[in-house]
Design a protein around this ligand. Sequence first.
Ligand code: TRP
Length: 479
Amino acid sequence: MGFLLAAVGSAVGLGNIWRFSYITYANGGGAFLIPYFTALITAGIPLLLLEFSLAHRFKGSAPAAYSKVGPKWEWLGWWAVVFVMFGIELYYMAIISWCLNYFFLSFGLKWGVDPNSFFFKTFLGLSSSPIKLGSIRPPIALGLTAIWFLTWIISYRGIQKGIELANKIFMPLLFVLTAILVLWSMNLKGSALGIKAYLEPDFKKLTHPKVWIDAYSQIFFTLSLAQGIMIAYASYLPEKANLTRDAITVSLMNCGYSIFAGFAVFSTLGFMATVQGKPIDAVVSQSIGLAFVAYPEAVSLMPWGSMFGAIFFFCLVVAGLSSSISLMEAFISAYIDKFGSNRKKVTTVTSIIGLLGGMVFTTQGGLHWINIVDHFITDYGLVLSGLLESVMIGWVLGTGILRDHMNDLSSVKVGTWWDISIKYIVPAVLGVIFIEAIYSGFSRPYHGYGWGEVFAIGGGWLAATVIVATALSSRPWNR
Ligand code: TRP
């Protein structure tokens, strides 16, 4: 149970709340569920099965497990956990700090009548370009410190008393609070308008390749795949483990949560459109714009809005924390596996480095840095990591060993469809996504930034993860 909830805790994150419903809306509403579940069955569940069985069979985190496939592959395992820890985790924590700040700001609706300029000007104090860092924003830095402290203390307490216990509290809490938001928002006037926009199927959209690409990318991010995360968690499973059933449970809970949370998001947007007399398209937004501009605005229009806002931002903090613990664990367990170090020491040092390194995202240029680093790490790094992972298992190790291992232990047996997925479908899909990302990333400057700053910051950050991964993988094993 602890493992299941921790894996769900990792999968369910900010992306489920602020990304899924928008992607569904933009890609054909209810019709999008067809590519979405196709992606889940042909790539998401197969990769999750791969990671669970690899970690369980070779009893180790990504670098340890990959090195058993062949010493040359150890590097890939390090790269994944290094860019997750020192790339994604660092800015992910800064965003959770914003959510924590907004949780407190909800009481009293501190953003007033113009949440847009409150967020960008007053809260972030956003600079005009990434090379203008300006100063650190004290409330964001303070929130970051608090979030790092929580993550540190949970990891420090170990797997059972820390990570499992935290998720046994966080996940039920998150589901209850989300249910409150869904019921509450569906009772607001205009909510039906929003839900119609969210789910009304437009089957014509399914002929656009981009819709399918979006479905596969979303599945891949949401299940925390190719980042050494699920590998780290599954390496702690006992000898007897129902691997296939667990993988199916985790993915269904994760995707079910996304669909469910979408009702709260779109009911609220429908309410706002109705009150303001605007068409729904004019209020729909995603990610940062949804959480820090649209939602604060909607909340200021509803009775008891402070309370609604506080619950919403609390959900984001809880969903974010349970994911951030898992991002850090991918690295920590890898480090302990290789160097035999003491968990408490590794956790403390890693958290301090993470807090200090993440300070750049709390400056006035922070949002620009988040955009650029996220683009390089997730659009290029992560996709490449998944592609190589599936090639490694499908073509180097061979799928037979892991399939036999899963089938020996599990109640649901896996057939040749799994081999086909790992050998052909996953590499092909990720190959297409990678080429598309390179093509669109290089055809116009990202987000309107200059080429120089994009490559210096994003390319530099990605290159640094390559150097650190190389250094770590070249050290001798201490087991
Ligand atoms: N799966 C979670 C989410 O959807 C958390 C997460 C793990 C994540 N790895 C990520 C989010 C990489 C963004 C990028 O939010």
